[in-house]
Design a protein around this ligand. Structure first.
Ligand code: FAD
Length: 430
């Protein structure tokens, strides 16, 4: 229609969707950003909320606030449940529709339990603020319950924390939980002490951080073991239940299991009626559009696309951001009348993971860093990529405080949505 502006609907205000919306600030188009949450979340620091180092408001910001100066942007809080590709509209949970001329789908990933969805109840994953505060609650409640527990076996189970998956999130959680436990237990509890704490990291592959160079994996393994984390490699988990986790021929009795092993895509492939890859991601063209649907783009964790060397573009924040910015440029060039646009090319900056509060590993490809210096580089990189100056200052101060004193300020047991019904109840009653 000539009498109205082109309408670009973006679903998802995470790394990809927000980058796309911001990069469209000067576009001669109406930009509508839809998210089921009112906030943009900096997921790389979620584990610090789960382990009481940071508060939720330090890693999440209202999307409305972030786009407040962008005249052509409208923010809608709503849950998308489908796409009418013929009628060119996204379908919302409340039955209403949002029409689009161009559509960008950036709804990210969700926990994936490799077909064992029944484990979700006992092994919550970490993806949202609610997940993080629920895990924080589980961890802190377990310590409180252990303080009151008289049976040595039950106390041991309460003080055992199992993490499934030794990718960056699993490694970071393991290091942070053992530090949280040691800092909390030192002098503040009477019947339990730091030596009672057991953190077990379980991994199906034969090394931790399997996407990093092998020497960095070895370094990380040594560092975790020095901190007191038990690492179980080459063991597939076969059972997770109310009382523990089984893997290989072993069994650990524990009340707290955290899932850091797998993700699957949100159901975008189903919405579009196209085939997804094994993780449910949509295989996109080299310009990130969906085959046969040139006005629909899929970006970030829900898109499947290969780099020039054939390796998949990884599911990381920089990839989602680059894809969002690329689609914004492509749409602007289409609005200006261009018929063609060069394909998307991903630039990989590197892989980073922390091991506790003073060590990290960084794989830049040709250059690798490890130890204390790497931790500072990791810290600066994360502070730099935070969205707001206020949070940059708060997070830097929080980290300095933890670094110097070991004390975590966010050790609050709050209610909030429970990631796992059973363990909360069991721990409460123990
Ligand atoms: C614990 C954790 C740690 C991580 N650490 C790192 C790290 O250190 N470095 C790194 O680079 N990457 C890290 N990642 C990965 C990184 O966060 C993701 O690759 C990135 O967030 C993908 O961006 P995205 O825009 O595709 O999706 P997301 O950022 O996940 O955003 C998706 C958005 O879509 C919204 N949404 C979903 N479904 C709907 C719906 N039906 N209707 C409306 N809105 C919807 C969600 O509310 C969300 O706001 C981590 C991820 C996790 C979970």
């Amino acid at each position: 229609m000539a009498d109205r502006r082109h309408r670009i609907v973006i679903v998802g205000g995470g790394f990809g969707g927000l980058a796309a919306a911001k990069a469209l600030a000067r576009a001669d188009a109406d930009v509508v950003l839809i998210d089921r949450r009112n906030h943009h979340l900096f997921q790389p620091l979620l584990y610090q909320v789960a382990t009481a180092a940071l508060s939720p408001s330090e890693i999440a910001w209202p999307i409305r606030h972030l786009l407040r100066r962008q005249k052509n942007a409208h923010v809608l809080m709503a849950t998308v449940v489908g796409v009418d590709t013929k009628g060119r509209a996204v379908l919302l949970e409340d039955g209403s529709r949002e029409n689009y001329d161009s559509l960008v789908l950036a709804t990210g990933a969700q926990h994936g339990y490799f077909g064992n969805d029944q484990w979700a109840e006992f092994a919550p994953g970490l993806k949202t603020i609610e997940d993080a505060t629920a895990i924080r609650r589980l961890l802190l409640l377990a310590l409180e319950a252990a303080e009151r527990e008289t049976s040595p076996a039950r106390r041991r189970a309460l003080l055992t924390f199992a993490i499934i998956g030794a990718g960056p999130t699993g490694v970071e959680m393991a290091g942070a939980i053992i530090e949280l436990g040691h800092a909390s237990l030192k002098g503040q509890f009477h019947t339990i002490d730091p030596h009672d704490l057991r953190v077990v990291l379980i991994e199906g592959a034969d090394r931790v951080l399997v996407n990093f160079r092998p020497d960095l994996s070895r370094y990380t393994l040594d560092a975790l073991q020095r901190m007191g984390v038990e690492v179980e490699l080459g063991q597939m988990v076969s059972q997770v239940d109310a009382d523990g986790v089984s893997f290989g021929d072993k069994r650990i009795e524990t009340k707290t299991v955290i899932w850091a092993a797998g993700v699957s895509a949100t159901p975008v492939a189903k919405w579009l009626g196209v085939e997804g890859d094994r993780a449910g991601r949509v295989k996109v063209n080299s310009d990130l559009s969906v085959p046969g649907l040139p006005d629909i783009f899929v970006i970030g964790d829900v898109a499947s696309i290969s780099q020039d060397d054939g390796k998949p573009v990884p599911g990381v924040a920089p990839a989602a951001k680059q894809e969002g910015q690329y689609v914004a440029r492509l749409l602007q060039s289409r609005l200006a009348g261009a018929q063609t646009f060069p394909p998307f090319r991903y630039k990989h900056a590197g892989d980073l993971a922390t091991i506790g509060k003073s060590s990290a590993v960084i794989d830049f490809g040709r250059l690798t860093l490890k130890g204390w210096f790497a931790w500072w580089v990791w810290g600066f990189a994360h502070v730099y990529f935070l969205v707001e100056t206020r949070t940059r200052i708060f997070i830097t101060l929080s980290w300095l405080w933890i670094y110097l004193t070991g004390q975590r300020s966010a050790r609050l047991i709050t209610h909030g949505a429970a990631a796992s019904k059973k363990p909360l109840k069991e721990v409460d009653e123990a």
